[in-house]
Design a protein around this ligand. Structure first.
Ligand code: 4FV
Length: 244
């Protein structure tokens, strides 16, 4: 059964453009992903399709009105069934991780709410959102880029979306480690040689080198990841040796 995703946004073309290329685009065409993008303005009742208004209490900028979001979600429930999760993309949300992607990939039907302006009326979060996700501690001009990031990360975990499931397995963070360095032809470029082990054809040695460089890179750049990383005995041994 295809993963169902509904996106609510005032910039549907931005989402459609981000979904049109690469593995996600092919997966959508192949029916592995059932993604519907909804224009929030279609759920307004005034002739100017107004979706924002001035903030109560004053202050800069505009706030997105609650009514269009409530109407859009009611229509989605009507047309697509009651979603398993309604995700509000916000800097105040839970930090999005590969674990978060795995969890959403196991859910049949997700709705993503994209904000703009200063944000969305709080009653949308209170009454409609089942969870809030942030892609990072910085302020974007809208929730569309975060929504595309979530869709892309989740889509890769849907069987058949990424041609070779092995490459998903080998992805960074799949085991909680950073990725090992990748090389391709030419074997020497800009006076820089590809590590000999990768030219050796010795798969055992290549696998060992890749695990150790992934570990070394993780120790150097993201030691915070090691606590939750799924390490095997060799890797734990390597880590102990690297610390001594
Ligand atoms: C964001 C983030 C984000 C805040 C106000 C949209 C913007 C504007 N969403 N992770 N970082 N959202 O910056 O998820 O409405």
């Amino acid at each position: 059964m295809a993963v169902k995703v509904d996106v609510i946004t005032i910039f549907p073309r931005m989402i459609e453009a981000g979904l049109a290329e690469g593995v996600v685009g092919r997966a959508r065409t192949a029916g592995l992903l059932d993604i519907v993008v909804h224009n929030l303005r279609d759920f307004t009742t005034d002739k100017h399709h107004v979706v924002d208004d001035v903030p109560f209490g004053g202050g800069p900028g505009m706030v997105m009105k609650p009514e269009p979001f409530f109407a859009a979600l009611a229509a989605i429930r009507e047309q697509r069934g009651t979603p398993d999760a309604v995700v509000l993309l916000t800097p105040a949300g839970e930090r999005f991780t590969q674990d978060g992607a795995r969890r959403l990939a196991a859910i049949d039907h997700v709705v993503l709410l994209c904000g703009r302006y200063e944000g969305i009326d709080e009653r949308v979060r209170e009454a409609l959102a089942t969870e809030e996700i942030s892609i990072g501690d910085y302020v974007l001009s809208g929730g569309e880029v975060p929504a595309l990031a979530v869709i892309d990360a989740v889509a890769r975990l849907v069987p058949g979306v990424v041609g070779d499931d092995q490459s998903v397995e080998a992805d960074s963070f799949t085991r909680g480690l950073l990725d090992y360095p990748h090389y391709t032809r030419p074997a020497e470029f800009d006076g820089r040689k590809v590590p000999d082990v990768l030219l050796s054809g010795h798969h055992g040695e290549i696998k060992k080198w890749r695990r150790e460089t992934a570990l070394a890179r993780t120790v150097a750049r993201r030691p915070d990841l090691l606590a939750d990383a799924a390490l095997d005995a060799d890797e734990r041994e390597w880590l102990k040796r690297s610390k001594s």
